[in-house]
Design a protein around this ligand. Structure first.
Ligand code: NAP
Length: 249
């Protein structure tokens, strides 16, 4: 019995993720996720164009729109803190406008950061995860990806695409000890949402069963759980963190 317990705890320790990369960790939701993972004992690195990062997080410059830049950022991080065991793909942008007015650039620019950028990170991080037969991938989507939103055809398409990435990665790499999940935040109080017109904010609040906007910590809680050893049998899931806003979507 005691031998069994010892063996189980050794396996758990081996499998426990210790290093994490959070894209867009310099502010907003990404910053909260990175700080929370640091509190949980992870070595955390952040990638953004500015390269800034919260205290205790190794900040690296990287542009999600550029494969060479993303690859170089991961290489710098791995030299600093070792192989990437947890990837949180959080960096994202909006360029909202009505579909009739949306230019090709407004559409493809958002896709390039929010969808292709995530693909670039997943491909780079998966290399080491496959070799080590362990890894946690968490993609930050949005309730908008599943629910839709006027003026956000580009953003919604990019965020819906993340579900396809997570589920395909799950099918492709699930047998290698790698999980891939999506967290879909609702209306979270950040700089990004403060830019929305006040009328839109009021409209959203009226439809949120929890009767409040979310906090960045609400998202960090869900991500931390999905990154943890205890979530090793959860993959291909979409976890809403939206106070019930998108229920069923
Ligand atoms: N706030 C919400 O209510 C809400 C709701 C649902 C989903 N989300 C999603 O949650 C994520 C974070 O949102 P947020 O509100 O915290 O946004 P934010 O405050 O605007 O932060 C965006 C982050 O992405 C980084 N970033 C943007 N373009 C980049 C690029 N080309 N290369 C590398 N990094 C880039 C930014 O850093 P640099 O500018 O320095 O590059 C920044 O760290 C996004 O994916 C967003 O779509 C947010």
């Amino acid at each position: 019995m005691s031998e069994h317990v010892e063996r189980s705890s050794a396996v758990t320790q081996d499998a426990a993720p210790r290093t994490a990369v959070v894209t867009g960790a310099n502010r907003g939701i990404g910053s909260a996720i990175a700080r929370r993972l640091v509190d949980e004992g992870y070595q955390v690195a952040g990638i953004s164009r500015s390269g800034d990062a919260p205290e205790g997080v190794f900040g690296v410059t990287g542009d999600m729109r550029d494969t060479a830049s993303v690859d170089a950022a991961f290489t710098a991080i791995e030299e600093h803190q070792g192989p990437t065991e947890v990837l949180v793909a959080n960096a994202g942008i909006t360029k909202d406008t009505l579909v009739m007015r949306m230019t090709d650039e407004e559409f493809t620019d958002v896709l390039d950061v929010n969808l292709t950028g995530v693909f670039r990170c997943v491909r780079r991080a998966a290399k080491g995860m496959i070799r080590r037969r362990t890894g946690r991938i968490v993609l930050i989507s949005s309730v908008v990806g599943l629910y839709g939103s006027p003026g956000q055809v580009n953003y919604a398409a990019s965020k819906a695409g993340l579900v396809g990435i997570a589920r395909s990665v799950t099918r492709e790499l699930g047998g290698r000890g790698i999980t891939a999940n999506v967290v879909a935040p609702g209306f979270i109080e950040t700089a990004m949402t403060k830019e929305l017109p006040e009328a839109t904010q009021k409209q959203y609040l009226a439809t949120i069963p929890a009767a409040r906007f979310g906090q960045v910590e609400d998202v960090a809680d869900a991500v931390t759980y999905l990154a943890s050893p205890g979530a090793g049998y959860i993959s291909g899931a979409v976890v809403p963190v939206d106070g019930g806003l998108g229920m069923g979507h």
